[in-house]
Every structure is written in C-alpha cells, then in structure tokens.
Write a protein that binds this ligand. Structure first.
Ligand SMILES: Nc1ncnc2c1ncn2[C@@H]1O[C@H](COP(=O)(O)OP(=O)(O)OP(=O)(O)O)[C@@H](O)[C@H]1O
Length: 206
C-alpha cells in the first residue's frame, strides 16, 4: 500500500523544496521560529499557494484530483480559522451533525454554543469549534496550524487526547506546534524548519 501522502520537491519562490512521506495513522510535527515558513508549507500542501512539485495521496497524483476535492481530503486549518456564517452550528452540513455531536463533549463544548454568534464565542471556544468543524469533514490528512495556541491547560489536554484518538483511528496529521511537550506527545516524527529549510528527526512508523 502506498503511503498516505508522498511529497516530492514541493516548492514555491518563497519556500522549499520539501520532500517527505506521511503514513496513514501517523503524525508529523513541525516546529521552527516565527517566519521560518511553517504556514507556507501547509498552504502548499493543500494547494492554496502556487507551487510546483508532486504530491500523491494514497498513490493518486494531486493533478488527478480537482482542487476542492483535494482540499477536502488534505484539509488545512489555519491558526485563525475563518467563519463565514453567523453561527458555528450553521457551518455543519446535515451529514456531519452526528460526528459533531460526538466530538463536542470531548472538547468540553456545550451544544448551546452552536447557536451563538461566532463573534460571541471566546477565542478558545472558536479554536476548539474549528477543530470539530475540520474533523467533521472526515479528511484523510489534516494540516493543523497551532490548534492549541489560545487554549487553557485543560483544553490543551482535551485537544491532545482527541488528536491522539483520531490519529490512532487512521487520520494522518501534520501539526505545527511551538510546544516541545505537545510534539513529543503526539508526533511520530518531527520536522524543524529553519530559514525555510526542512530538517527531519525520527523515522519511526506508527
Ligand atoms: N505571499 C507572501 N509573499 C511574500 N512573503 C510571504 C508571503 N506569505 C508569507 N510570507 C513570508 O514568508 C515567511 C514565512 O511565513 P510563514 O507564515 O510560513 O511563517 P511561520 O513559520 O508560519 O511563522 P509563525 O510561527 O509566526 O506563524 C514570513 O517571513 C512571511 O512574511
């Protein structure tokens, strides 16, 4: 079986080239100083920024998959996720509701928050709700940019437990984090970006 994701010579005028592989049920963490290119890498992987090189998903080249379908399967959650409808609940399609209802208590979120204006939610509530929104899309690869940056320790622990569970169930995760402890807890392999160059540490498969 091919790896979940094969990245070959991925680059843009701003970053790369990057080459690496990610298996199903594996988590790679990315750390590095501010401005080192972590978000640029995630944006190239989900094809939001112009780039060259090749990426294969379960052996299928990106060029054979239309861009919206690619972004649904290789899903990017930015550090400050966008909301385009008035309430958080309005962002879920009917088919996603059972999964959303299962995930809310795992991140200590009350279902009542779904009806609140997004702007009324706290930063941490929005961040956890965004993760639920991403997981409810059931992506094969999730690209998470600092998903616990705004959270208190209890919410960080709940988020890490959920991500651990999802990866154990087969999700492939690329996680940008500034937390060494979080990288050690969740990551099977670790990348460091410095001056937009990639350094890989650890090669264990899950
Ligand atoms: N479209 C663009 N055009 C030119 N420069 C850009 C563009 N997007 C990002 N940059 C620059 O590329 C560098 C890397 O940006 P990036 O957002 O990937 O950093 P980062 O490692 O994610 O940082 P942080 O930890 O602060 O989020 C930064 O210096 C940024 O200003």
């Amino acid at each position: 079986m091919p790896p979940r994701l094969q990245v070959r010579q991925l680059q843009s005028p701003l970053a790369g080239p990057y080459s690496f592989e990610l298996a199903a049920g594996q988590c790679i963490t990315i750390s590095g100083p501010s401005g080192s290119g972590k978000s640029l890498l995630l944006r190239m992987l989900c094809d939001l920024d112009p780039n060259t090189g090749e990426i294969l998903l379960d052996g299928a080249p990106r060029s054979s998959i239309n861009p919206p379908a690619w972004r649904a399967q290789v899903l990017y959650q930015p550090a400050e996720p966008a909301w385009w409808l008035p309430t958080a609940g309005a962002h879920f399609r009917p088919g996603q509701i059972p999964r959303m209802q299962e995930l809310l208590p795992q991140l200590n979120l009350s279902p009542q928050l779904l009806e609140h204006e997004v702007s009324r939610l706290s930063t941490g509530e929005r961040q956890r709700m965004a993760l639920i929104r991403s997981l409810a899309c059931n992506p094969k690869v999730l690209l998470l940019d600092e998903p616990t940056a705004a959270l208190d320790p209890e919410s960080v622990a709940a988020t890490e437990a959920l991500l651990h569970q999802e990866v154990a169930n087969g999700l492939s995760l690329i996680l940008v984090t500034h937390s060494e402890a979080q990288a050690q807890t969740l990551g099977h392999r670790h990348m460091t970006l410095r001056d937009r160059q990639l350094h890989m540490h650890g090669g264990a498969t899950p």
